[in-house]
Design a protein around this ligand. Structure first.
Ligand SMILES: Cc1ncc(COP(=O)(O)OP(=O)(O)O)c(N)n1
Ligand SMILES: Cc1ncsc1CCOP(=O)(O)O
Ligand SMILES: [Mg+2]
Length: 210
């Protein structure tokens, strides 16, 4: 079932945004992987957001993932889809594979890692590394040591997520366990993209990451 990989470059700093308008400033900073995670739209408004996001991501040759809405990602040929543990059980995984679209899966425990490995995904996200800022989770923070230990058993690219900001990213990058480091609030100043923070995050990843 193996899903296509994300290419030779590390996934790198991997912003997760709630609106397409946030993507261009991130791409202008040199971001090469990003995700659109919309929780407050539906219908044509949602589909138009995704179509526009795919368009601007292709313009910058960015590896763009859609969160949750796998049918729209397949319909509009997004680069990839990110699904959670519940979503992956309900999705038509074969249809995603047949469409040649990449698949990222969330994990929070060794059991969930084992489940995700069964899908042979393009990457496997592990989190929350620290206390998450933008999402309430029932899972305890994984921490740096377990991130390293769990990632050792994963032969797919690992993405770390959860509470990661410019203040703590160095210790995550130094594990060299994560091909990608994802965040929601870490690239923002209020509700706007901070090019300064984004550039600093990229600098740390390039200096200490894989
Ligand atoms: C890179 C990355 N990792 C984890 C998540 C969380 O996805 P999911 O479990 O589907 O939860 P929601 O984001 O939908 O609340 C993610 N989106 N991206
Ligand atoms: C969606 C998600 N999945 C695990 S933690 C998280 C929220 C990440 O938000 P932040 O980067 O602001 O902590
Ligand atoms: Mg989701």
């Amino acid at each position: 079932m193996r899903f296509p990989d994300c290419g030779d470059r590390p996934i790198g700093i991997y912003p997760v945004v709630d609106r397409t308008e946030k993507l261009r400033p991130l791409y202008e900073c040199g971001i090469t992987t990003a995700q659109l995670r919309i929780k407050d739209m539906q219908g044509m408004e949602l589909e138009n957001e995704i179509v526009e996001a795919i368009k601007v991501s292709r313009e910058f040759d960015v590896r763009f993932f859609v969160n949750d809405y796998w049918e729209l990602a397949v319909k509009h040929q997004a680069y990839g889809i990110h699904l959670g543990q519940e979503d992956i059980q309900e999705a038509d995984v074969q249809a995603i594979l047949d469409a040649g679209i990449r698949l990222g899966i969330s994990t929070h425990t060794p059991k969930e890692i084992d489940i995700a490995l069964g899908f042979e995904p393009s990457y496997l996200a592990i989190g929350p590394v620290f206390e998450p800022i933008s999402k309430e989770l029932t899972y305890d923070p994984v921490g740096i040591d377990l991130l390293k230990r769990w990632a050792e058993h994963v032969e797919y690219p690992v993405v770390a997520i959860g509470g990661i900001t410019i203040d703590n990213i160095k210790e995550v990058a130094q594990t060299k366990a994560a091909s990608g480091i994802a965040m929601i609030s870490g690239v923002l100043e209020g509700n706007n993209v901070s090019k300064e923070k984004t550039g600093a995050l990229i600098g740390v990843f390039e200096a200490y990451g894989i």
